[in-house]
Design a protein around this ligand. Structure first.
Ligand code: DUC
Ligand code: ZN
Ligand code: ZN
Ligand code: ZN
Length: 472
């Protein structure tokens, strides 16, 4: 089947122009000057479907490189399944996710990976790939990690937080990073000093400070800065490429900028919550409501300038991209586990549906350019994690994962409005976006159009990734 998207403005990470996009089957066949013919051949007259994108942006589908569907965590499990979470992603213009397969303590790495394949296979609305969480660095895990690139898994995540659950100590991090340096796999790091945070949290609880706000007080920015620096030095020592996930503290950004200025292969991601939400709002939330914003790293103080620094870092490229860290939990029976003890609130916010819109609002607000929007939500995530060429770009040969975005449309976010995630609340209730995802194509198939879902469970396929294209 051939489809022509005509009259739109194609926006890529490097520019914008009026152009038509010809799709043949799964892939993009040509990007043409408007109304042009292909070697004298009447294109518009010889396609099966014509989509009129007049007045709209035609962009590569979003790539969300950090999600947690069905993640067992904090005595419960993330509330979106691969089916509900990827469908919500599609609604919001994201056409690829990279989720985290988990090796738990005592489990074999490849068993963890196999269980993730089982959860996702046949259930996804959009294409998906995996990183591997290493929750137990030992001789067996280190050997298994070397086989991951052949499985299409070119990155793994370690934790400097959650002692006794996921945390790797410095010796374990060193050994894993040596594998990263040898193989070219990206080391992804949760950079927070867990042992210190756990003591601070206990002291707060002992004083009766049990409400959700204190989650952020215990997870002080100093412990993000310190861990980020430690990860950078271990990466320097070993030569491992390093990608720090969910950066929220301005001081952590300064560490990344310093390392990059020193020529290190060090990268960082931030998330919509660190651009828009703050600890002050969490403090002001009535009762237990602040629990909806409990995530790790935590929301930071607006007064201290963290949100401002995050937007700035996206302009200066000290932070390279934005992922959601989509880790949804309902209030009822999930977040409420932490009534009376903030440590028991499962950490996570659901945003997979809203990332493209929330970042587009950054364009409207003058925080980033239109091209930078595409770069940080699609192109760089694809390059960072070995998907570029197929994903993150509109060019011949790429998968026809395309979003038609209406800058004159409007999106009201909230439970009774735009909400397809499997959650009983929205962390983004009341957010208004001056733009709208009109049409979404996944490998040439229209899966969202005109506020209707046209896709099906199982449309999405597992995608093997190559090594990061920032390293070669
Ligand atoms: N880190 C994540 O990346 N996601 C959920 C919780 C966490 O600590
Ligand atoms: Zn983390
Ligand atoms: Zn995460
Ligand atoms: Zn519209």
């Amino acid at each position: 089947m051939k489809t022509l998207i005509t009259n739109g403005t194609v926006v890529t990470s490097t520019g914008r122009s009026r152009a038509d996009v010809l799709i043949d089957g799964d892939t993009i066949a040509a990007v043409l000057a408007p109304g042009s013919s292909l070697l004298g051949f009447d294109v518009a007259g010889n396609v099966d479907v014509v989509i009129d994108a007049a007045g709209k942006y035609v962009i590569p589908g979003g790539v969300d490189a950090h999600t947690h569907m069905e993640l067992p965590f904090g005595g419960t499990a993330a509330s979106d399944t691969f089916e509900t979470g990827t469908r919500a992603a599609a609604w919001g213009g994201t056409t690829t996710i990279i989720d985290f397969a988990v090796q738990t303590y005592g489990q074999r790495v490849l068993d963890g990976l196999a269980s993730w394949h089982q959860k996702a296979a046949g259930n996804c609305a959009i294409d998906y790939a995996f990183h591997q969480i290493i929750g137990d660095v030992n001789d067996d895990s280190l050997a298994a990690m070397r086989t991951l690139p052949d499985e299409g898994i070119s990155s793994f995540k370690l934790f400097m937080a959650y002692p006794g659950v996921f945390m790797s100590d410095d010796a374990q991090i060193l050994r894993a990073m040596q594998v990263s340096a040898d193989t070219g796999m990206m080391t992804m790091m949760h950079a927070e000093n867990g042992p210190v945070i756990d003591v601070l949290a206990q002291q707060l609880i002992d004083k009766g400070n049990t409400s959700p706000f204190y989650h952020g007080v215990a997870r002080a920015w100093q412990m993000e800065e310190e861990a980020t620096h430690r990860a950078i030095m271990l990466s320097h020592l070993t030569g491992a490429p390093l990608y720090v996930v969910h950066v929220s503290a301005k001081q952590a950004v300064q560490q990344l900028a310093w390392a990059r200025d020193n020529g290190q292969n060090v990268f960082g991601e931030t998330c919509p919550q660190y651009l828009y939400l703050s600890l002050e709002e969490q403090l002001g939330a009535p009762g237990f409501e602040g629990a909806k914003w409990v995530c790790s790293t935590p929301l930071r103080s607006r007064e201290e300038g963290h949100q401002h620094a995050m937007w700035q870092s996206l302009r200066t490229n000290d932070i390279q991209m934005v992922s959601t860290d989509h880790c949804p939990f309902c209030m009822k029976d999930q977040k409420e586990l932490g009534l009376g003890d903030f440590r028991k609130i499962p950490n996570g916010i659901g945003s997979v549906e809203h990332r493209m819109d929330l970042l587009y609002q950054g364009v409207v607000d003058g925080q980033i350019s239109l091209e930078r929007w595409v770069e940080i939500t699609a192109t760089t995530p694809a390059r960072m994690f070995g998907l570029y060429g197929k994903k993150g770009v509109i060019q011949p040969g790429a998968d026809a994962d395309i979003v038609i975005y209406d800058p004159n449309g409007h999106t009201s976010i909230g439970l009774e409005k735009t909400h397809h995630m499997n959650m009983d609340h929205s962390a983004w209730e009341g957010f208004e976006i001056d733009g709208h995802v009109d049409t979404v194509l996944s490998r040439g198939k229209v899966i969202v159009d005109d506020n209707q879902y046209l896709g099906a469970k199982g449309d999405g396929r597992f995608v093997k990734r190559s090594l990061s294209q920032y390293l070669i």
